[in-house]
Design a protein around this ligand. Structure first.
Ligand code: BMA
Length: 327
């Protein structure tokens, strides 16, 4: 469970006439590519409630086109101050501590600290892990898996007494395949009991997710199961198209998929989603959940260039997932 606070929740009501289950913020994108003096792009980033507001870990590719992580802070979840300096991890074993690259972070509070996972360069992409309590000092842990892997997503609490993580084994390039797997750890160091969760869908059933899929924000616990937003990729004649949809996973055995949306929740359609360094990408890495109202604020990267917000209600996304399920 995320630490809740009294900060204003980022929100805008659904525009009249909008038929979507989720809807975009009218002032998207919320983070421009050049917010930092050295940033080429800021996208695929993660935020959580922190102190009286919000904090986050941001993917900032610099103008050398190096992929770096930066801490950021906000009072309202919409306007962000992102540190000019990138995060320097401490405490790592020397063998894995040398920074190579890092991208697509996720952040979650579990028990007594915030954990960060990201795609970490170590002889290819794998899942890096670290913890912090203040978003100033980040303590690096062991990489969770062997390369090649991406999209490491922790569950927001231990399951059956163990840390639990989704991940997406991959290759060293722009992977043309990809299933979601589940793993457990007693200590955030040793990971095992790997279970298959789901594969891409059949092209003729749900084409937006037929090439590869990967977990998105931290799953949200609901009475109907873990609500997982995940991205799915279609291979078009003009390259990959990244949309996102939703699934419900069993609360006790999260590798069991209870429902999975056939239609996407959101796909690249706005100019800022279709035009950028990588066209046609919507890639969610975080969601804030207001448990009192059921509101969900989804942070997603757009065209590998900027960061945007979309909104929805958890119960409506759950109902949509069940109603349209292809399981
Ligand atoms: C994936 C990751 C994401 C990126 C996406 C589209 O493989 O690298 O960071 O948003 O490709 O380029």
């Amino acid at each position: 469970m995320n630490k809740m606070n009294k900060a204003p929740f980022p929100w805008e009501n659904k525009p009249a006439g909008d038929r979507g289950v989720i809807w975009r913020y009218s002032a998207n994108p919320i983070i421009p590519r050049d917010l930092l003096s050295t940033s080429n792009s800021i996208f695929n980033s993660a935020v959580v409630p922190f102190d009286d507001g919000y904090a986050g870990v941001f993917r900032c590719d610099d103008t050398n086109r190096r992929m770096r992580l930066h801490a950021g802070f906000s009072v309202d979840g919409i306007h962000w101050n992102i540190d000019e300096d990138d995060i320097r991890l401490i405490d790592a074993d020397a063998e894995i501590g040398a920074w190579v690259y890092g991208y697509d972070p996720r952040v979650i509070w579990i028990d007594d600290r915030y954990y960060v996972t990201w795609c970490n360069g170590y002889h290819g992409p794998t899942i890096g892990c670290a913890w912090t309590t203040d978003f100033r000092t980040f303590h690096q842990l062991e990489n969770a898996f062997l390369p090649f892997n991406r999209n490491g997503i922790l569950f927001p609490r231990k399951i059956n007494g163990r840390f639990a993580m989704l991940s997406r084994p991959s290759d060293n390039g722009h992977t043309p395949f990809g299933d979601i797997f589940y793993s457990e750890s007693p200590d955030m160091t040793f990971w095992g009991r790997h279970r298959h969760v789901m594969s891409p869908a059949k092209f003729e059933l749900s084409a937006w997710q037929c090439t590869k899929i990967g977990g998105g924000p931290i799953p949200v616990e609901t009475p109907d199961g873990w609500l997982l937003l995940y991205h799915g990729v279609l291979t078009s004649c003009n390259g990959f198209v990244y949309s996102f949809g939703s699934a419900l996973l069993d609360l006790h055995e999260p590798w069991k998929v209870l429902a999975r949306s056939g239609p996407y929740l959101l796909s690249p359609q706005k100019d800022y989603e279709c035009i950028g360094d990588v066209p046609n990408v919507t890639f969610p890495c975080a969601a804030l959940h207001d448990t009192a109202t059921g509101r969900l604020a989804i942070y997603y990267g757009c065209a590998d260039t900027v960061t945007s917000l979309a909104f929805g209600y958890v119960d409506e996304i759950v109902a949509f997932t069940k109603r349209t399920s292809i399981v």
